[in-house]
Design a protein around this ligand. Structure first.
Ligand SMILES: Cc1cc2nc3c(=O)[nH]c(=O)nc-3n(C[C@H](O)[C@H](O)[C@H](O)COP(=O)(O)O)c2cc1C
Length: 399
């Protein structure tokens, strides 16, 4: 049977969502000093409680050393690195769940990408102390003790997500952040338990999954959702961190740990394929994880037709990122049979209906969107830029 956007989807641990449309994690540039949600954060999430059947929060760093990864000068990335942040995430869970849909907390460690931390003059840690040409700050190799502490921090963050009322957590293993750095031969030059062979490069991401699972088994309701996000390949010209043939091996191991869903971070479009392959990333990874784990892809969905094509042919769940930035009611309109009224382009009129934070507004009224993928119609709002957060030269890693 052809999958429909309005199908109910039940995850392997029992939670059900009322649509195949999901809002993927997106940084809102709205945190207060120290990584706390602000009024702007909550206004944004309140407006998106019907964006899909499940909404995933922006990335939250789990350790003091994990962030912020946000661009210096802009409002900060949010954190869940200690109990003081419990109220902050509780308010986000409440906002996202107010219409009965599911809310997931994305948990993260930035490793070498903690540029906001570097800007505060603090030490930045990574699997290996490599002098990266694209960073304007040094990074130090993590000790074994630090690595084990960070694994525990993922567990503590999961406990906080449970206590705050989230329906699940998503482990951020994508977009060049710490889990990916451990898996990549470009950024992991270690020769201990945490690096070297493909198997050893899997050890850190798998240890994080095991710790998060342990905490879920001990403290969460039975139907608590566990997701894992990965960039299916890391290829920059001739420099290869890993190919999809390696990442599928990692995901086969992750899936053995009874994952509810696997999210693929793709920029080339929801139907993107690895070079030379016949099948799309979504199709390839579905074969790896099997029926019990749902697959989610993202990439350039701005209309009901594109979302319907994605679920019919490539994926169980379709993540609509920039599409829900432009139209916060994307998922609701489809459920209401009004998918033809989805707004697919940003404009000076539509921007008033987006509940964007000032940080998002400033990012998307810049020509470079701070390195984030552009929005359809973005040129129509460039003249609204105010420059209130200074003209940062740095970009965020999104591919
Ligand atoms: C403003 C913005 C912020 C993002 N922040 C995150 C994030 O916090 N975590 C993450 O895994 N991906 C993040 N991404 C990537 C998105 O989740 C998604 O993969 C990407 O936008 C492609 O999907 P789309 O074509 O539907 O926008 C971000 C993307 C945008 C546009």
């Amino acid at each position: 049977m052809v999958k429909q956007l309005t199908d109910h989807v039940t995850f392997r641990h029992g939670a059900t969502i009322n649509s195949r449309v999901v809002m993927p994690p997106m940084l809102t540039f709205s945190g207060q000093e120290g990584g706390f949600a602000s009024e702007d954060t909550l206004k944004y999430y309140n407006a998106r409680s019907q964006a899909g059947g499940m909404m995933i929060s922006e990335y939250h760093y789990v350790s003091e050393t994990g962030g912020p990864c946000s661009v210096p000068g802009f409002p900060e990335q949010l954190g869940i690195q200690d109990d003081d942040h419990l109220e902050s995430i509780r308010s986000i869970a409440k906002a996202l769940k107010r219409d009965g849909n599911k809310a997931i907390l994305q948990i993260h460690h930035g490793g070498r990408e903690a540029m906001g931390r570097a800007a505060k003059g603090k030490e930045v840690l990574a699997p290996s102390g490599i002098d990266f040409s694209f960073l304007d700050y040094p990074v130090r190799e993590m000790t074994n003790e630090e690595i084990e502490g960070i694994i525990k921090d993922f567990g503590k963050a999961t406990k906080r997500a449970i206590d705050a009322g989230f329906d699940g957590v998503e482990i951020h293993g994508a977009n060049h952040y710490l889990l990916q750095q451990f898996f990549s031969t470009i950024s992991n030059h270690r020769s201990d338990h945490w690096g070297g062979s493909l198997e050893k490069r899997m050890n850190f991401p798998l240890a994080v999954v095991d710790e998060v699972k342990r905490v879920i088994a001990e403290y969460a309701p039975k139907d608590f959702i566990l997701g894992y996000r990965i960039s299916p390949e890391e290829i920059h010209g001739n420099a290869i961190g890993y190919t999809y043939k390696e990442s599928t091996q990692l995901i086969a191991e992750v899936a053995k740990r009874e994952l509810d869903y696997l999210s693929l971070s793709i920029l080339g479009g929801y139907d993107a394929k690895p070079k030379g392959a016949d099948q799309s990333f979504g199709q390839i990874f579905k074969q790896i994880v099997g029926d019990d784990t749902k697959v989610m892809v993202v990439g350039g969905v701005f209309s009901e037709a594109a979302a319907a094509d994605a679920v019919a042919n490539h994926t169980d769940l379709i993540g609509v990122g920039r599409g829900t930035l432009i139209d916060p009611l994307f998922g609701k309109k489809i459920l209401d049979g009004q998918g033809d009224t989805i707004v697919s382009q940003i404009s000076p009129e539509q921007v008033k209906k987006t509940a964007w934070t000032p940080g998002l507004f400033e990012a998307f009224t810049r020509e470079d969107s701070l390195g984030l993928p552009a929005l359809p119609g973005q040129e129509s709002i460039l003249s609204l830029h105010t420059g209130q957060f200074g003209e940062a030269a740095t970009s965020l890693p999104t591919d």
